[in-house]
Design a protein around this ligand. Structure first.
Ligand SMILES: Cc1ncc(COP(=O)(O)O)c(C=O)c1O
Length: 336
């Protein structure tokens, strides 16, 4: 029997419909702007995110790095939440690629104000703010429309350019019952991933104004991210957007069930009330010794995102039977 895979929603495999669409995709040379399937995906996404344009790129990391490259200035700071992907999980790419210093914020609104005020006291100049919705390392916490507008507004008051890492913005949209375009706060750019909960095999979209996307396209080429008959993979992305969004609610329900089961058996390991999307982060110190290895032996795979935090991520390839197996594995660990 295969394991229940909860390490990441990036383990999702393409659906039969995606595979058929990939086989049948009309293609052209995307570096010439002539792949009709890529162009269709980009227009669909720009419409959904309410931006003038969009660019299909190989990964979420590349989308974030392109945004930082285009919107920041070398020799300045980029503000970001302290546990954000751009700060903790991109191997210090931004200092290397864009010559910026990342400035992590524990308290995001106060931190923005303080960093902007700091510029008048000869603290480093700040050019940009990155926000993350959903906030992966905080159990995938979604940020609602009003709060996003407030945060982007604080950035604007400080004359900062703003990018939203919306790798899982569709999860945020389902959790908030809002359109994804309402959850970007009117930022200069937003990216999201097709290759996570939406189940497509490859790709992310970077969205923004026509001028921004033209610059991002140039930078994508400079970084070697230009693609040719990318319609073959973009076709799966179109199917993902058309068929995989509404079902994210099931993933959210199952994540909450995992959190409830953990909290019942090991109080203090996680607060289920904080689980609104498809990610559960729990404290390892509140869980039995060798928790991850012993669960793996029982056929349940989960992973860490830092030395103290175990993460479970639900997705389309985890169903209710799998959930039953997970809960049985918890029971067996508790009884041991
Ligand atoms: C919040 C967030 N942003 C960006 C990324 C990067 O995406 P990719 O793995 O496609 O580079 C991830 C990946 O897990 C993520 O969780």
């Amino acid at each position: 029997m295969t394991s229940v895979e909860l390490r990441s929603d990036t383990f999702t495999t393409p659906t039969p419909e995606m595979r058929r669409a990939m086989a049948d995709a009309e293609v052209g040379d995307d570096e010439y702007g002539e792949d009709p399937t890529v162009n269709r995906l980009q227009s669909l996404v720009a419409g959904a995110l309410g931006t003038e344009a969009a660019l299909y790129v190989p990964s979420g990391t590349m989308a974030n790095q392109l945004a930082i490259r285009v919107l920041s200035r070398p020799g300045t700071e980029v503000l970001c939440p302290a546990r954000s992907h751009v700060y903790q999980y991109e191997l210090a790419a931004s200092p290397q690629n864009s010559g910026v210093q990342m400035h992590p914020l524990w308290d995001v609104p106060d931190g923005i104000v303080a960093a902007v005020e700091g510029m008048t006291h000869e603290f480093p100049p700040v050019s940009m703010l990155v926000l993350e919705n959903t906030y992966m390392a905080m159990s995938g916490a979604p940020t609602g429309a009003e709060e996003m507008r407030t945060l982007v507004g604080l950035g604007r008051e400080g004359r900062l350019r703003v990018h939203v890492d919306g790798a899982r913005i569709w999860n945020a949209a389902i959790a908030a019952g809002a359109a994804p375009s309402a959850l970007t706060g009117g930022a200069d750019s937003v990216m999201f991933c097709l290759s996570k909960g939406l189940g497509a095999p490859v790709g992310s979209l970077l969205c923004g104004s026509t001028d921004f996307i033209a610059e991002a396209r140039e930078q994508r080429r400079r970084l070697g991210g230009g693609m040719r008959q990318a319609g073959v993979i973009a076709a799966a992305g179109i199917v993902a957007l058309e068929t995989m969004v509404e079902r994210l609610a099931d993933d959210h329900r199952r994540a909450r069930q995992i959190a409830d089961a953990l909290a019942e058996r090991w109080p203090g390991s996680v607060d289920p009330a904080t689980i609104h999307t498809n990610i559960v982060c729990a404290w390892l110190e509140q869980l039995p010794d060798d928790f991850i290895a012993r669960l793996a032996d029982a056929g349940v795979r989960c992973g860490t995102i830092d030395p103290r935090t175990v993460r479970f991520v639900t997705h389309k390839d985890v169903d209710d039977d799998d959930l039953t197996r997970v809960i049985k594995a918890f029971d067996a660990l508790r009884a041991a």
